[in-house]
Design a protein around this ligand. Structure first.
Ligand SMILES: CSCCC(=O)C(=O)COP(=O)(O)O
Ligand SMILES: [Zn+2]
Length: 219
């Protein structure tokens, strides 16, 4: 699908949704130090041809400016002439859209997700056992168990992309970059938000549970 043939109202709706999500997450201090990025796909999806709106790179995501977002294609290239640069992590969004066909991807850095990703780095994934909020991922097994993949956080973003491809688990709508942040995705902004909120809850749960286990073991 050609970018120009995507209805303007669809593009506007995506930008409005991104602004609303950005405000909500900013109110939770989920964008420390300009970290984090958000994207919503627009138009038709083909694995090798799609478009999405994404936060511009290096911006303070806790404030509004007229230059917060831009549209890019499946290769991360801007769809319109602009002086804005797409997120430095746009290629990770491209790969996740290509792999999943999802509609939205949200990325946050929090202390809990960073610490827990390091605590379980050697294991390669963050285990979560039987917590009710696993149901947010539409996993309804009794005492469900999930493993949230943790991949290396290379400075060279293109080097991270094959790690996403290799470790991506279709059952778990998120992937963690070591001591960096979580990428959560969903069919739309509502689902991606639900998934991100569930991941951040589970990271805090795992952090606190590990601390309790350690303190019990030291008694
Ligand atoms: C200061 S955070 C370093 C970059 C990062 O990890 C991030 O999530 C934000 O980068 P962007 O280019 O999307 O602003
Ligand atoms: Zn980041």
């Amino acid at each position: 699908m050609d970018f120009l043939s995507i209805p303007t109202e669809d593009k506007q709706r995506a930008l409005t949704e991104l602004r609303e999500i950005k405000d909500l997450f900013a109110a939770r201090n989920w964008f420390p130090g300009t970290s984090g990025n958000l994207s919503i796909r627009v138009g038709d999806y083909e694995p090798d041809s799609f478009h999405f709106a994404i936060t511009a790179s290096g911006k303070d995501k806790s404030v509004h400016t007229p230059e917060d977002f831009l549209f890019v294609d499946q290769d991360g290239k801007p769809c319109e002439t602009t002086r804005l640069k797409p997120s430095a992590e746009t290629l990770i969004h491209c790969e996740l859209y290509r792999l999943t066909g999802c509609g939205a991807i949200f990325h946050t850095h929090t202390v809990f997700n960073n610490v827990v990703s390091e605590w379980f780095w050697e294991r390669g994934s963050i285990p979560v056992e039987g917590v009710e909020l696993i149901k947010a991922f539409n996993i309804w097994d009794e005492e469900a168990h999930i493993d949230i993949p943790v991949i290396p956080n290379y400075a060279d973003i293109p080097k991270i992309v094959p790690e996403v491809t290799k470790r991506f688990d279709p059952r778990v709508p998120g992937i963690m970059l070591r001591k960096h942040g979580i990428y959560a995705w969903g069919a739309n902004a509502f689902e991606a938000k639900r998934h991100l909120e569930a991941f951040e809850f589970l990271f805090e749960y795992v952090y606190r549970w590990e601390l309790l286990k350690q303190s019990k073991a030291s008694i």
